[in-house]
Design a protein around this ligand. Structure first.
Ligand code: HEM
Length: 179
């Protein structure tokens, strides 16, 4: 997992729960990287999961909810750091469709060691988009947060229906319906 995910995660923790919480989860988890992550480095996915579980334990906020909030934060980070991906799309559906076809393809070229999910996207009708999330990392709640922010970015409103397709949550169907 790219270092940017970790540095943004710690910023989320600091902004929402204070600097002491950053220290606390690093000390309590005692991970190989010892809380030292650089934006360009690559680290084990397990480390973010352990940090997330510890944060959930300390704050009593569920891991899923924390991931969704993290999705909101990452959306803003992506907007600031990778503005070029937001230039062409004129709606949330255009942006979301471009994640699989273009954005993550370019991300992979920039960072060949990035571990990205795949999305099968299909327009069901002009108001509904189906996206099937697939990733061994089972971070669909992060995707949910990113989808929510995509709607907000284009000042659109809608409902996001989420259906897990297996036990592990590695395949999850999203149906986004604009109101
Ligand atoms: C400009 C927009 C975007 C950029 C630059 C971007 C880039 C990235 C990067 C760098 C990672 C981390 C990969 C790693 O740590 O190895 C990532 C992961 C991820 N991205 Fe994107 N992304 C963008 C938009 C989106 C959107 C809109 C969605 C949701 C529909 C999405 C879904 C995800 C998910 C769920 C992950 C976590 C990894 C996983 O589940 O396997 N991304 N993305």
């Amino acid at each position: 997992m790219k270092g940017i995910v970790f540095t943004e995660f710690f910023e989320l923790v600091e902004d929402n729960f204070g600097y002491e919480m950053v220290d606390k989860i690093i000390i309590n988890t005692d991970l190989p990287s010892k809380g030292v992550y650089t934006a360009v480095g690559t680290y084990s996915h397990t480390e973010i999961v352990i940090l997330l579980m510890e944060l959930s334990k300390q704050t009593k906020v569920s891991p899923g909810e924390l991931l969704r909030l993290f999705g909101h934060k990452l959306f803003d980070t992506f907007k600031n750091s990778y503005g070029m991906f937001f230039e062409k799309p004129t709606s949330s559906f255009e942006l979301l469709t471009s994640v699989e076809e273009y954005i993550h393809v370019e991300v992979k070229k920039l960072y060949p060691d990035a571990t990205l999910p795949s999305f099968d996207t299909e327009m069901l009708n002009e108001k509904s988009l189906k996206m099937v999330y697939k990733s061994e990392r089972s971070m669909s709640m992060l995707a949910k947060g990113l989808i929510e922010k995509s709607l907000e970015h284009y000042e659109e409103k809608g409902e996001i229906q989420m259906t897990p397709m297996n036990e592990e949550g590695s395949i999850v169907e999203f149906i986004i319906t604009l109101s």
